[in-house]
Design a binder for this molecule. Structure first.
Ligand SMILES: [Zn+2]
Length: 53
């Protein structure tokens, strides 16, 4: 299961969550319960994708 990185919009604290691919709703900050958005790590993901081509 992939691990996604999230960042809280309110307190800007970062945290990681294991989520099934494609399920991207209802994520809240563990500290302030604020709305969190996913942080992409494009470098590692890009290299993995290119490696399979
Ligand atoms: Zn927060």
């Amino acid at each position: 299961m992939p691990i996604y990185e999230y960042e809280c919009k309110d307190c800007t604290s970062g945290f990681e969550l294991k989520r099934r691919f494609g399920k991207n709703s209802g994520v809240s900050c563990p500290l302030c319960q604020g709305e969190a958005r996913r942080v992409f790590c494009p470098v590692s993901i890009l290299f993995k994708g290119l490696g399979s081509m």
